[in-house]
Design a binder for this molecule. Structure first.
Ligand code: PLP
Length: 441
């Protein structure tokens, strides 16, 4: 449809602000959830473990793994995963460069070095770039199912096994997602994930680690759960020799207010995820044929799914829209919808952050990322330049299947793409992402 775009003075197509709240509302909290929280507060049960243990057991069954362990947050659960698989001083850990810092920055707690791997157009770890990253000290690969899109495990796992590497999956964006019919979080030696308030599985501030491996489970437990670090729970004498202390020097166990919330979320997760998927597939079908923006989702019939579609994205190809930047495209969508939070770029590539170049955590006058490494892995960062040019624009994160409303958003995205020529300006600049927190200045 030809139209003067709202960003350039035209009338917005519709008013996002007056759309029904339930279209985007998340997480869904029931009266039962509220009662359960009040119960924890009134009976002062924050620090116990009865609710946590019940949640862990149900979550493990839902995830399809033997063990599940609840942590204070996702960052902590990923730290525990690193300790659990044996990441230590001088080791290297491979991670896709486009992810949240909480996937891998914890490597400094173990004297280990992060090595960054390229991503592809679907913002997913590029398995063809993995072997470039592997060196004699590589210990583990951190796989991220970024924005819910399942990473290519059929390509990644054989490479890991061939080189004897551990695999940790970061499932923070992809709870419940399937890769070729199998749940993500069941491929690696272990998986860890965030359940903080904005995630697709949202339970306040919470993290979860899952594994089938008893040794990994025991190490993760001993790392941050001091009260369960005792011979009753831990068979490994190398760990149980130090009972009643958290071996990682951190208090990592979850608080039960979050576990009771999580248990409530778990009971409804599959049905809510199905609703989100129906809504998102409908939206994506509606914009499938436009130029410039291409929904990131697995092919239909592949058996792979997006879980509950955490922050859905489209691959953005500026070349199809006369070089228009993803930022200006998103701005035009915001104007056309009068305020949808449409944004561009995802996370900045981690290899571009100064933290990974010079920060001296140990105070020994050496950048921590390479303090104990036998090669300067920073020199490998230049190879990740192509990832800085993988652009994306966010899609509306629908939570309810309401086609008559979703149609308006389809029209807004289509209209911007079809009238992109109006948006071309001279000083338009492509933006590869954002550092979270930087927008709160
Ligand atoms: C949110 C997130 C984390 C960190 O989880 P927190 O619960 O915020 O500590 C780790 N990895 C990814 C990919 C995330 O999005």
């Amino acid at each position: 449809m030809k139209k003067q775009l709202a960003l350039l003075g035209g009338k917005p197509i519709f008013d996002h602000q007056s759309e029904p709240d339930e279209l985007f509302h998340w997480p869904i909290i029931t009266e039962e959830d509220e009662q359960n929280c009040l119960d924890v507060i009134r009976r002062n049960k924050f620090s116990g473990t009865d609710i946590t243990l019940a949640f862990q057991e149900e979550f493990a069954a839902w995830q399809g793994r033997k063990y599940a362990l609840a942590f204070t947050n996702g960052t902590m659960s990923l730290s525990a995963a690193m300790f659990a698989v044996g990441v230590g001083m001088g080791d290297e850990i491979i991670c896709p460069t486009k992810t949240y810092w909480g996937t891998v920055s914890q490597a400094i707690n173990f004297g280990a070095s992060a090595v960054f791997c390229n991503i592809n157009e679907r913002l997913s770890m590029d398995p063809d770039d993995l072997e470039r990253c592997i060196g004699p000290r590589t210990k583990a690969i951190m796989v991220v199912h970024y924005f819910g899109y399942p990473a290519d495990m059929d390509a990644i796992m054989p490479i890991a096994r061939k080189h004897g590497l551990k695999v940790i999956e970061d499932v923070s964006h992809a709870h419940g997602a399937l890769y070729k019919g199998r749940k993500v979080g069941t491929f690696g030696d272990c998986a860890a994930m965030s359940m903080m308030s904005w995630k697709a599985f949202a339970a306040g501030e919470l993290g979860m680690l899952v594994t089938d491996d008893q040794k990994i489970y025991e190490r993760a437990l001993a790392y941050g759960h001091y009260e369960r670090n005792n011979p009753k729970n831990i068979t490994d004498p190398k760990l149980s020799k130090y009972p009643h202390i958290a071996l990682g020097g951190v208090k990592g166990r979850a608080n039960q207010l979050c576990c009771t919330l999580a248990l409530g979320q778990l009971h409804h997760f599959d049905e809510r995820m199905a609703e989100v998927n129906k809504a998102m597939q409908y939206f994506c079908d509606g914009i499938e044929d436009i130029q410039g923006l291409h929904p990131i989702r697995p092919e239909k019939g592949s058996g792979s799914t997006m879980g509950a579609w955490y922050l859905p994205q489209g691959t953005y190809r500026p070349g199809e829209l006369g070089g228009l930047s993803s930022g200006r495209f998103a701005e035009a969508v915001r104007a056309e919808t009068n305020g949808l939070h449409c944004w561009e770029g995802g996370n900045f590539c981690l290899h571009t952050h100064e933290f990974f170049k010079s920060f001296d955590f140990y105070g020994i006058g050496k950048p921590s990322r390479i303090a104990f490494a036998d090669r300067d892995v920073r020199e490998m960062d230049a190879a990740c330049a192509p990832s800085e040019k993988m652009y994306c624009v966010s899609l509306p994160p629908f939570k309810k299947y309401m086609p008559e409303h979703i149609d308006r958003y389809i029209e807004a995205y289509r209209t911007v793409a079809e009238n992109y020529e109006q948006l071309i300006t001279e000083n338009d600049q492509l933006n590869g992402g954002r550092w979270y927190g930087s927008e709160n200045k």
